[in-house]
Design a protein around this ligand. Structure first.
Ligand code: ADP
Length: 481
């Protein structure tokens, strides 16, 4: 049994902007189930405090840092027995909306301070100096918001081992030298092998330089980030630490994303009753005002509308795609230019394209259940969850062969699908290659036997957290041995 402090800036269902929240909820639960003593450390954002109040929250400690009082609150992750410690400062708890940026989409100007304080709270807990009477064996950090934790811990002799997991290397947590000086970090940390990144300070480098083990969320992404193409300028650091870097594929929450019991969808179905899936498509067509027709293939997309997700590839092949008999259902939010372009498309083609802007968990489930084909043409994708949800729902994914997409989706010739073929894969991130893969998907859809076989393969895959949790256990053991 290990005592694990799991530091994260998001955890579903308390706060979520992306896949990190899903991981930070599922992995601690899986570790708890396997007998470990896990506590999640999370910022006390306003929306989190509101939800925590429903579950019960109490103040358990108070720290002080440069005149700033930090309250530590304790609650539970709703629907589980996992303890959550909230780091409560006004800069977290008195602000509504997105955890990282204001209503205009630009980062909160004091993000460096907010996540520095968060790291200091983690440091105090890790060293058993937070009056919690609990010291972890492992501090598991996630993404740039927690990058300073291993760096702070490195200053101490007696400290827990640290793991740093990269969920997305593109967010490096960059700030000026002036901020580095203001935070009072050790002078020798201003070095390219520590926190300095081409004249700026990078929070994520704290994790990459100082953690005992580095992991990322798929084996392919672990390889890719050691190359200049995918390394975001950090490939050199990662190559230098290749012996400490491993890829562990994320699992998914198999209870929440289960077409057999999903309460958010119109009709439940499973692998044996997959022919019932079509009722979800007609329900969605009705709901969205699209022509109701079982035979028309429906393509779905859910995700952040940012460059990473290949939205421009989707847009650039849209004219060709619209020549086919199909419907396209999109849910997402992000860059204003993508939102506008998609809205325009939906207005021009109301019988074929439906675009919903915003974040909507229930609707995401309905698209996964209703669509036949799921588009995920990401330019890079550390792991990706939506393609795994799609596979589980028998909604066959069309993906670019990068990161976790490459590790979970496999295309085989129609006459040799075997037990592996479960989707459609292209290898160059271009609109032409995406369109060619969509055409192969549409052709397969016209062959019911082929389609059924692909769906059976997809729905048979095991994406439970058990395997991944076991891998993390091995890593924890190796660094505490
Ligand atoms: P990323 O973490 O890069 O955003 P992932 O595929 O790993 O991508 O995870 C995205 C998660 O966020 C999934 O659970 C997906 O269903 C969810 N999601 C993204 N955008 C939306 C949205 N607009 N509405 C509902 N859920 C969304």
């Amino acid at each position: 049994m290990k005592k694990i402090l799991f530091a994260t800036s998001e955890a579903h269902p308390l706060i979520k902007t992306g896949g990190l929240a899903d991981v930070a909820s599922s992995l601690p639960r899986a570790l708890l189930k396997r007998g470990h003593d896990v506590k999640i450390l999370l910022p006390a954002y306003a929306s989190v405090v509101a939800k925590a109040n429903e579950a019960g929250v109490k103040k358990v400690a108070e720290l002080s840092l440069s005149g700033q009082t930090i309250n530590l609150l304790q609650t539970r992750l709703p629907g589980s027995r996992v303890t959550v410690i909230l780091v409560d400062i006004p800069q977290f708890s008195e602000r509504e909306g997105n955890p990282y940026c204001g209503p205009d989409g630009s980062d909160w100007s004091d993000n460096h301070w907010r996540f520095f304080v968060f790291a200091k709270a983690a440091e105090a807990i890790a060293l058993n100096q937070a009056n919690l009477d609990w010291q972890p064996d492992i501090v598991h950090c996630n993404d740039w918001q927690t990058g300073l934790i291993p760096a702070l811990l490195a200053q101490h002799e007696q400290k827990p081992a640290s793991v740093f997991t990269i969920h997305n290397l593109a967010y490096r947590g960059l700030f000026s030298y002036q901020i580095f000086a203001e935070l009072g970090l050790p002078n020798d940390y201003w070095h390219h092998e520590k926190l300095e990144f081409y004249g700026q300070m990078s929070f994520i480098k704290g994790g990459l330089a100082f953690a005992n083990a580095i992991t990322t969320v798929s084996q392919s992404y672990a390889n890719e980030i050691q190359t200049p193409e995918f390394g975001c300028g950090l490939d050199g650091v990662l190559r230098a630490r290749r012996d400490d870097l491993s890829g562990v594929l994320n699992g998914i929450n198999m209870d929440e994303w289960n077409p057999g019991a999903d309460k958010l969808i119109a009709h439940n179905y499973n692998r044996r009753t997959v022919n019932q899936k079509i009722k979800n498509k007609t329900a969605l067509q009705e709901q969205l005002g699209l022509p109701v027709n079982e035979a028309i293939p429906m393509l779905g997309f859910i995700g952040r509308l940012v460059d990473q997700k290949g939205i421009d590839l989707i847009l650039n092949q849209m004219n060709q795609l619209l020549t086919h008999d199909c419907q396209i259902v999109i849910l997402g939010s992000g860059f204003a230019s993508y939102e506008q372009a998609l809205k325009n498309l939906a207005q021009q083609h109301p019988k074929k394209v439906s675009v919903t802007l915003g974040y909507n968990e229930a609707f995401a489930h309905q698209i996964e259940a209703g669509a036949d084909i799921f588009l995920m043409p990401s330019v890079f994708e550390p792991c990706g969850l939506n393609q795994m949800y799609s596979l589980r729902y028998g909604t066959l994914p069309v993906v670019n062969a990068v990161g976790g997409l490459r590790d979970t989706v496999f295309e085989k010739p129609f006459d040799d699908i075997g037990s592996d073929g479960n989707g459609f894969v292209f290898h160059e991130a271009t609109a032409e290659d995406l369109h060619a893969a969509i055409k192969r998907a549409l052709a397969a859809y016209q062959q019911p036997e082929v389609w059924k076989q692909l769906q059976q393969n997809a729905m048979s895959q095991d994406f439970s957290w058990e395997k991944s949790a076991e891998r993390y256990e091995e890593i924890y053991s190796a660094i505490t041995a």
